[in-house]
Ligand binder design. Structure first.
Ligand SMILES: [Zn+2]
Length: 237
């Protein structure tokens, strides 16, 4: 009788462990972590995208600034040439002044372009800074979620350990043969591998045992294990 109750305890603890493992796999903290990781990844992808735009604009700015410097340098040279006293013919002086006029126009246009690029760059830089700040906050959130998940898992793990310990203790009172028979049945029948005999039926399935079988099980001494002919469950007399 004691062994029979122990077998039911084994089954109860197995059910508890199964439920705990299900809870472990479906912790809301796990889902929250997955969402936090996805949010961080989305922001990182946005940063990469903006960095491409940023780099493109930055290069354009540098290129136009380089051209500005080249034009300014050429203007400086022409200025030196014009007022340095080496130009003697008026025709040459006019040619230099004409070129300087063109260069000044070019300089105005280039400086305008540099300003335009800088104006385009400004919101991109602001966005990258915002995204970076968001990324830092999201990385912190991910770590926080990870810690919370580990804590929640630890609670469930401790309960699993306790249930397994109770199972071990109960199983020690059940014979090896019965335990093997139970384990095999539990693989297919889960939480109701072993059921109680109602006096006329297996209580694990909706089918009725044949009358002859019912009589046979009834005649068995209490504490004997029979088997339902309909569903294969272990029936405890
Ligand atoms: Zn049955």
């Amino acid at each position: 009788m004691r062994a029979m109750e122990a077998l039911f305890m084994v089954q109860d603890e197995d059910t508890i462990v199964r439920q705990l493992l299900h809870r472990h796999a479906n912790l809301t903290e796990r889902l929250t972590l997955v969402e936090a990781v996805a949010a961080r990844a989305a922001t990182a992808a946005q940063v990469e995208e903006q960095k491409v735009d940023h780099l493109d604009l930055f290069r354009r700015q540098r290129r136009y600034e380089g051209e500005v410097a080249a034009v300014e340098s050429r203007l400086g040279e022409l200025d030196t040439l014009l007022y340095g006293g080496t130009v003697t013919s008026p025709k040459e002086a006019v040619a230099i002044q004409t070129e300087m006029g063109h260069l000044r126009q070019r300089l105005d246009s280039l400086e305008g372009t540099v300003l335009e690029v800088m104006e385009e760059l400004e919101p991109v830089e602001r966005l990258v800074a915002e995204l970076n700040a968001r990324g830092v906050a999201e990385a912190t959130a991910v770590e926080e979620c990870r810690r919370e998940l580990l804590a929640a898992e630890a609670v469930v793990d401790a309960e699993v350990d306790e249930a397994r310990e109770r199972r071990r203790s109960a199983a020690s009172e059940v014979s090896k043969d019965v335990l093997t028979r139970y384990d095999r049945a539990a693989t297919n029948l889960g939480a109701s591998a072993v059921v109680r005999f109602s006096g006329s039926d297996c209580t694990g399935c909706p089918y009725s045992m044949p009358a002859v079988e019912v009589d046979r099980v009834r005649s068995l001494p209490e504490g004997t294990l029979a088997e339902c002919t309909e569903c294969g469950r272990i029936v405890a007399r």
